[in-house]
Design a protein around this ligand. Structure first.
Ligand SMILES: [Zn+2]
Ligand SMILES: [Zn+2]
Length: 485
């Protein structure tokens, strides 16, 4: 470790990693550059926004049999919300990045993968690319701004620094091409991880998060709509994108105060079988309906998707169609191939055959979501079938996500939600008669979560939930229709 004096305030500033070129003074927030023999003050960098991450500078853990310590962090904002890149220093002196995007964790290291590497502008989510000797599917393309930093970092960074990155997936592998410094990208290669696998020490617990943010992570809380004063239930740090159920104002709740993104238009109140706030005990833990949206396809077929949240088990979707109910979750490990245009894909040793493609359009949305949803949003959906299960790829210009859905009996919905179920639901009437009629027409839709959420319950329940946490949440949506005579 090397300790220098802050050129601005004189306080000691530590450089634990030889690879670090910059550190942020804990006392005055000066960016201190360790440049050859000189130490320079490059001006102040903003404090990171207090968020709900359980990680902090000083958190220690293990990955790949090696111990690491979190020594730095940059915080980035893009149009779907915030994420953190934590800089890890391993005991052997090497370093890595721990990406922390509302509960989706990835560990990557810079790799020396030579040309040819694709040009930023030619990359399209959903397409397959060879990078080095391996094939990957582009999953997300985005630009983001650095809004804060702390600790030590391997490059110079300041407020307003803009990054351009494209993420790729193959099964559980994760790769990022970083075009921030120019046309030739830096390659970061690694994998998606579940936080419990890292066996971290010195994580922030629920009380520490509550102290810094005023709210608990992973618990459903309510805030008042800044536009109309109505209550909106959401999950701090997990579902930053809100649509007021009363006035349809679109809100961003990723910061300390909810900010208005777009004023609501006068909308009819959506009549739902499951109301926002409906609760259920499912597999021993409390679940709450926090978001709902109605989508349609090109033919005008309409269905409703409910985002269901549990602090212990994370998110899933319940999808209500004219023909029945379905339960959908994002896939933690991607199919191979992961291209929506494939005729068949495999995941967990099951082959899924292509059913069809269609465009799904949001007609109505209310409540809390883990991606930014707006009326009129369109996604291209490709569905694949294997027995009673369906996979859906949901593709936009910026992102591809995969999810899996299975059928749920309406009686099960009633058992779960009890008195919170309004009406008999179309599924209760139609599905049995069509079954008896010998014609069973499934139309299922699943919907997805955006690039993020996985839900980790923190604190004591943490380890208990590890096995259940398949929660790497990505957007995904499904629709499927098939005629079974
Ligand atoms: Zn200082
Ligand atoms: Zn409102």
């Amino acid at each position: 470790m090397q300790t220098v004096s802050c050129p601005s305030c004189g306080a000691p500033v530590d450089f634990r990693s030889h690879a670090s070129v910059m550190a942020v003074c804990v006392y005055c927030r000066a960016s201190v550059i360790k440049d050859a023999d000189a130490v320079k003050d490059l001006g102040k960098i903003s404090a990171v926004l207090e968020d709900f991450s359980p990680l902090q500078i000083g958190t220690a853990g293990t990955f790949g049999g090696r111990g690491f310590t979190v020594v730095g962090r940059i915080q980035l904002r893009y149009d779907q919300g915030l994420w953190n890149e934590w800089y890890l220093l391993f005991d052997d002196g090497s370093s890595a990045w721990l990406g922390d995007s509302s509960g989706l964790f990835t560990i990557t290291t810079a790799q020396d993968i030579g040309p040819p590497l694709p040009d930023f502008h030619e990359l399209v989510p959903g397409q397959s690319y060879q990078i080095g000797s391996e094939n990957y599917t582009a999953s997300e393309k985005r630009e983001a701004q650095c809004i804060g930093g702390e600790g030590e970092l391997p490059f110079r960074v300041g407020d307003g620094w803009t990054i351009r990155v494209v993420d790729f997936r193959r099964a559980n592998l994760f790769l990022t091409l970083d075009y921030t410094d120019g046309a030739v990208p830096v390659v970061y290669r690694g994998q998606a991880v579940l936080l419990p696998e890292l066996r971290c020490q010195l994580l922030r617990d629920e009380d520490q998060i509550k102290t810094s943010t005023g709210k608990y992570r992973a618990r459903v809380e309510a805030l008042d709509c800044p536009s109309c004063g109505g209550a909106i239930k959401y999950v701090p740090g997990m579902t930053a994108n809100l649509v007021c159920p009363s006035c349809a104002t679109q809100l961003d709740a990723s910061g300390p105060e909810a900010t208005v993104l777009a004023a609501g238009e006068t909308v009819e109140r959506m009549v739902n079988t499951l109301a926002l706030g409906a609760t259920a005990m499912i597999a021993g833990s409390s679940h709450t309906v926090i978001g709902a949206m109605v989508r349609t396809d090109e033919e005008g077929t309409e269905w409703t998707e409910y985002l269901v949240y549990s602090a212990r088990a994370g998110f899933f979707w319940l999808v209500e169609t004219d023909e029945g109910w379905f339960r959908a979750s994002v896939l933690p490990s991607w199919p191979e191939p992961a291209a929506p245009g494939a005729h068949s894909v495999r995941v967990d040793n099951h082959a899924y055959t292509k059913l069809y493609d269609y465009t799904a359009t949001v007609r109505y949305a209310a409540g809390a979501f883990n991606w930014r949803v707006a009326v009129g949003d369109e996604v291209r959906v490709s569905e694949f079938e294997s027995g009673q299960a369906t996979l859906a790829a949901e593709l936009t210009e910026h992102e591809l996500t995969w999810s899996r859905s299975t059928t749920v009996a309406f009686d099960q919905i009633k058992t779960w939600f009890g008195a919170d179920v309004k009406g008999t639901g179309p599924a209760a009437v139609k599905a049995p008669s069509s079954l008896l009629g010998g014609q069973m027409k499934f139309v299922w839709w699943i919907l997805g979560l955006n690039a993020i959420p996985i839900l980790f319950a923190f604190g004591e329940t943490f380890l208990m939930t590890v096995a259940a946490l398949v929660a790497l949440f990505y957007p995904a949506s499904y629709f499927q229709g098939s005629d079974n005579e």
